[in-house]
Ligand binder design. Structure first.
Ligand SMILES: *Cc1c(COP(=O)(O)O)cnc(C)c1O
Length: 436
C-alpha cells in the first residue's frame, strides 16, 4: 500500500462531526455573519478553558461559568495576526513607538508592529526554552530608554512550538518597568506555566486557530483580555469602530477583524476535542524522546525539567549535531526550490537563488529532502526575525542563541493524525538518513 504523506500538523475534526452540527445550525438559523450564537458560544468555551476550567461547555448560554483561577475574557477574531494587531493598538502602540518582541518566532508576532508604524526591537532567546531571554529583555529595556529617552510600549514573548516562556521572570521585568505584555500564545494553546494557561499572564494573550494550529476554525484567532471593558474595546475596534448613531459615524479608524459565525461553529466543535489534541501532542513528544534517545547526533528539544513548565508540544523539534553526516548532503542547496517548503498557503514569490546568507546547515537541508522522499514533512525551525532582510534596520539584542538553533534545528510532524506507527517510521527514516 502506498504511504500517505505525514504532514507537520494538520487540522483534525472531531470523530462525531460536532463541528458540522454547529455550522449547519448557523445555516439553518441564517446566522452566516461575523457575529452570532456560535461566536458567543465559542467565546464562552474559550473563557472557561483559559480560566482553568475544562475545554467544553455543554451549555454555552451559561456565561462566566468556570472553575478556574482567573476571570479573563476572550474575543474571537478573524486571525491570530489580527489579535496581535489589536492588542498592540490597545496598548497604545503608534507611529514612532518601539515594541520589544521575541526574535525567534513566526512573522505574525512582529509584522503588526510595523502595521502600526512602530518599530520592532528584537530580543533573542534563552537556550532552555528557546524563548525570550528575560535577562536580555531587561538589558534591551534599559538600553532603549538610554538611547531614545522613552520606554518601549509593549513586550511580546512567544510560546515557540508551544513551549512556555519563563512567565515569572518575563512578567517580573515587565512589571518593574510598567510595560504591558502581549503574550503570543498562538502556538501555545493550552500550554501552562505554574498550572495557569498561557495568555492569561499578560495584559493580552493571543491565540490562533489557523488550519495548522492546536485547534482550528479553518482560519481565526482570539484575544484574551483582562475584563469585560477591555474585551468590549477590542470588539469595537474589530467591527470598524462605529459610533452609536443611527448612521455610520466614524471618529476612530477601525478594522474588520471579527470572527464569522461559521468559523466559530467549527471552533465550538473543536473545543470538544481540544484536550484530546493536547494530550496527543504530548504523547507524540514522549514517544520521540524515547525513540530518539539512542540516535547519536540527533537531540530532541525537551521542556525544562522544572515542573512549572507544561508545554503542549504543538510541534516536536530536534537539533542535528553539525558533524552528523546525512545521505545526499553533498547536494544540499544545489538547486533552486520551485515550491515553498510546506507551502500550504500556496502563494509565494519564486526565488532565483538556492541559498541566503543565513540558512540551516547542509545536513539539516539534506535531512529535510531525505524525509520528503520518504513522504514525511520536516521543516527547518523558524528563521529569527533579526536575520530577516525585511527587518535589517530594526534594533536587535542578540546572544547568538536563536541563530545557532536556526542552523541546526528541525521540526517533525506532531498533529493528531500522527500515529505511534508514524512516529516509529519517522525515527526509522532519520536513522536510515544518517551516513554510517
Ligand atoms: C500562527 C501564529 C500567529 C497567528 O497566526 P494566524 O495565522 O494569523 O492565526 C501568531 N504568532 C505565531 C508565533 C504563530 O505561529
Amino acid at each position: 500500500m502506498e504511504r500517505k504523506t505525514i504532514y507537520l500538523c494538520l487540522a483534525h475534526m472531531s470523530e462525531d462531526g460536532v463541528e458540522q452540527k454547529y455550522v449547519k445550525e448557523a445555516f439553518d438559523t441564517n446566522w452566516v455573519v461575523p457575529l452570532g450564537p456560535n461566536v458567543n458560544g465559542f467565546e464562552a468555551d474559550l473563557e472557561r478553558f483559559v480560566n482553568g476550567g475544562d475545554c467544553h461547555v455543554a451549555d454555552a448560554t451559561r456565561n462566566d461559568v468556570h472553575d478556574g483561577n482567573t476571570d479573563k475574557k476572550v474575543v474571537a477574531l478573524s486571525a491570530g495576526t489580527a489579535a496581535v494587531h489589536l492588542a498592540l493598538l490597545a496598548c497604545g502602540v503608534g507611529p514612532g513607538d518601539e515594541v520589544l518582541v521575541q526574535s525567534f518566532t513566526f512573522c505574525a508576532s512582529s509584522h503588526p508592529i510595523t502595521y502600526l508604524g512602530a518599530t520592532p526591537v528584537f530580543v533573542d532567546s534563552e537556550p532552555e526554552t528557546w524563548n525570550m531571554d528575560p535577562v536580555l529583555l531587561e538589558e534591551a529595556i534599559k538600553d532603549r530608554i538610554a538611547k531614545t529617552g522613552r520606554k518601549p510600549k509593549a513586550i511580546v514573548p512567544v510560546a515557540l512550538y508551544g513551549m512556555p516562556y519563563d512567565c515569572e521572570k518575563i512578567m517580573e521585568v515587565a512589571n518593574r518597568y510598567e510595560i504591558p505584555v502581549v503574550e503570543d500564545a498562538a502556538e501555545g494553546f493550552g500550554s501552562k506555566f505554574d498550572g495557569k494557561v498561557l495568555g492569561t499572564f499578560g495584559k493580552f494573550g493571543v491565540l490562533s486557530f489557523n488550519g495548522n494550529k492546536m485547534i482550528t476554525t479553518s482560519g481565526g484567532g482570539a484575544l484574551i483580555c483582562d475584563d469585560a471593558e477591555s474585551k468590549n474595546n477590542i470588539m469595537w475596534y474589530a467591527t470598524q469602530a462605529r459610533e452609536a448613531y443611527p448612521y455610520y459615524q466614524h471618529e476612530t479608524i477601525g478594522y474588520n477583524y471579527r470572527m464569522s459565525n461559521i468559523c466559530a461553529g467549527i471552533g465550538r466543535g473543536q473545543m470538544t476535542v481540544a484536550q484530546a489534541h493536547i494530550d496527543h501532542h504530548k504523547h507524540v513528544q514522549a514517544l520521540y524522546e524515547d525513540l530518539l534517545a539512542d540516535v547519536p547526533g540527533v537531540t530532541i528539544h525537551r521542556q525544562p525539567a522544572n515542573p512549572r513548565y507544561d508545554s503542549n508540544f504543538w510541534l516536536c523539534t530536534v537539533t542535528l549535531d553539525p558533524s552528523l553526516k546525512i545521505k545526499g548532503q553533498e547536494n544540499a542547496y544545489k538547486e533552486v526550490i520551485k515550491t515553498a517548503v510546506g507551502g500550504a498557503a500556496g502563494v509565494i514569490h519564486a526565488v532565483d537563488t538556492a541559498t541566503t546568507d543565513c540558512q540551516p546547515n547542509e545536513n539539516v537541508e539534506a535531512l529535510r529532502v531525505f524525509m520528503l522522499e520518504k513522504k514525511v514533512e520536516a521543516r527547518p525551525v523558524w528563521k529569527p526575525m533579526h536575520k530577516q532582510p525585511v527587518y535589517k534596520t530594526a534594533p536587535a539584542y542578540v546572544n547568538g542563541v536563536s541563530e545557532a538553533i536556526f542552523k541546526v534545528g528541525m521540526c517533525l510532524p506532531a498533529g493528531p493524525y500522527v500515529t505511534d506507527d508514524d512516529v516509529r517510521y519517522i525515527v526509522d527514516c532519520i536513522k536510515e538518513a544518517i551516513e554510517e
